[in-house]
Design a protein around this ligand. Structure first.
Ligand code: GLU
Length: 543
């Protein structure tokens, strides 16, 4: 068969040559050992936690090695496209400090010399490479109807392998040039398939950055490279793009690992060298029964990165939590270096700790508490305000008008050797501190002695003194003594029967009346912020 002729027949209007394209994409001039990575999401309109996990690896690999991190939008399946997808993704990346060095905003700016960064704008490039493969007898047209691409290839291949048939030759590879000409004349649409040379029984090895050494069966499938609308499949596009754009490490979801042998064959056919691969693990979550399930947007709100913004998590906490999943030694490093910049952590993208990382929100909350505990009250206020501006407009007016008071509330138990660690997300602030803004909605009155409670509150009116913490406590002790409570704990422990309880009990009664709760941050700070009038009013409700 005259493959050149075939190529010209199929791609009659294709002017652009591979040589011209390769002239446009200069080899990147970067220091030795630097990594070029990319985040290559499909524009589905949101960022999956697993995608962000990959982007975090990409960013760290590139930035720590003096390399380049770029964003490529894989929008070849236009049915699934959501408008503004690149803006949504850029927004999340940049808000987490993962600004790509190269990117393109649809209809807007392009930063970088290796674009277009939207695959849908690279159609002519894929066509040129497909034409080259046809001209070299490595690919052929397929006129069969079902040409959807990846799922088609994967499904067929897996089914055949399952019954022991290891070759997946497409019938159209045997068409004569005359038959093809006839089809073309009849206006039949065609896809381009790879003419696989594999027999599907040989093994190939991959040294993967997350999985280590993995053995897979070589490809034997005549996989689709260009669909019948000439849009490339992922398999083909990534080979062309990652080569032209100079990617050195591909970080992608482990669901792509089974297609790796196909990618080996496509790269070979194109005469390209493959980059390194890190097949990043999927993230799991435990269900109520303790079983692991892949984290999915349908079942788990935290699968969508916007969840963390809506809830008001500190971005640094989310990043640190995920770094822990990537390299489990992060946690110890953070303990030893509490104030160090994350970029000082000896990150290792080629040694991902967890094979099946399990998302644990309690751990994230702990990290977040730790981070927020180190903030000044002013910084807390700024963060709370920024969160409310987006997600809690009903509180915004109040926050702006009462800045000073809110900052003081945020400062309770903060400037102390052991600062408070109760806030882990800003959305919890108003619930946690409801009593600082209005009368408590409910009171933890179960298992307390109502009569004693009322006596203490009635009596306390005479003793209240908020002029200083010492005076406040001295007076509480005085009252405790007068009412038959112990003011010395050791004494109380020795002779508990002599007393009604100790001074802590008295404080508990006051605390419940003021805050509604048995536990709260520093009671004196709370009472002095609320002021004597308000405190007495709250007590009057019980006595
Ligand atoms: N668009 C592909 C995905 O979202 C990219 C995979 C890759 O990073 O190569 O799964």
């Amino acid at each position: 068969m005259d493959y050149k002729k075939l190529a010209n027949l199929l791609f009659a209007d294709n002017q652009l040559t591979v040589e011209e394209i390769e002239k446009r994409y200069a080899k990147r001039d970067l220091p030795q050992g630097s990594h070029v990575t990319r985040f290559a999401p499909s524009p589905t309109g949101y960022m999956h936690l697993g995608g962000f996990f990959q982007a975090l690896i990409d960013f760290n690999l590139a930035k720590r090695s003096g390399g380049v991190f770029y964003l490529r939008i894989e929008d070849t399946d236009q049915k699934r496209e959501v408008s503004g997808a690149s803006a949504i993704i850029m927004n999340i990346l940049t808000s987490y400090g993962l600004l790509p060095d190269e990117y393109q905003l649809k209809g807007g700016v392009t930063v970088g010399e290796y674009g277009p960064y939207y695959q849908s704008e690279r159609k002519e490039i894929y066509k040129a490479y497909a034409k080259k493969l046809v001209a070299e007898g490595k690919a052929f047209p397929c006129f069969c109807k079902k040409t959807e691409g990846l799922s088609d290839v994967k499904e067929k291949r897996e089914k055949k392998f399952a019954v022991g048939i290891t070759e997946d030759r497409d019938a159209c590879r045997n068409l004569t040039i005359e038959q093809i000409e006839q089809y073309l004349k009849a206006g039949k649409k065609f896809a381009i398939r790879l003419k696989s040379k594999g027999n599907g029984t040989n093994k190939i090895k991959i040294v993967d950055g997350a999985k280590g050494e993995v053995e897979l069966l070589e490809n034997a499938s005549d996989a689709i490279l260009l669909k019948d609308d000439f849009m490339p499949t992922y398999n083909f596009a990534h080979a062309v793009d990652d080569t032209l754009m100079g990617t050195t490490v591909v970080v992608r979801g482990e669901e792509w690992l089974p297609s790796y042998p196909l990618h080996v064959e496509i790269f070979d056919a194109l005469g390209f060298k493959q980059p390194q691969y890190i097949h990043s693990p999927l993230i799991y979550k435990l269900n109520e029964k303790g079983n692991k399930n892949k984290i999915s947007k349908r079942k788990h709100p935290e699968a969508d990165m916007r969840f963390f913004d809506k809830e008001g998590y500190e971005k640094q906490a989310v990043v640190e939590y995920l770094l822990n999943l990537i390299n489990s030694n992060f946690e110890n490093w953070r303990k030893a270096n509490p104030d160090a910049d994350i970029m000082e952590f000896p990150f290792d993208g080629f040694n991902i700790t967890a094979n099946t990382p399990v998302f644990d929100i309690v751990k994230l909350n702990d990290i977040s508490k730790e981070i927020i505990s180190k903030y000044s009250a002013d910084k807390c206020y700024q963060e709370l305000l920024a969160w409310a501006r987006e997600y809690s407009l009903e509180n915004l007016d109040y926050l702006v008008k009462d800045r000073e008071y809110v900052t003081k509330v945020l400062n309770i138990d903060r400037e102390k050797p052991k600062p408070r660690k109760d806030i882990y997300k800003w959305s919890m602030f108003f619930d946690l501190f409801d009593y600082m803004f209005s009368d408590p909605a409910k009171f933890e009155l179960e298992d307390i002695n109502k009569k004693d409670f009322e006596i203490v509150l009635r009596e306390y009116k005479k003793y209240i003194d908020l002029s200083s913490k010492d005076a406040w406590f001295a007076n509480i002790k005085k009252m405790a003594d007068a009412l038959g409570y112990a003011t010395d704990n050791a004494d109380f422990k020795k002779n508990p029967e002599k007393y009604k309880g100790n001074v802590a009990k008295v404080c508990e009664y006051i605390r419940i009346a003021v805050t509604g709760r048995k536990n709260s941050p520093d009671l004196y700070e709370i009472m002095s912020l609320l002021g004597e009038k308000e405190v007495l009013q709250r007590m009057a409700e019980f006595a």
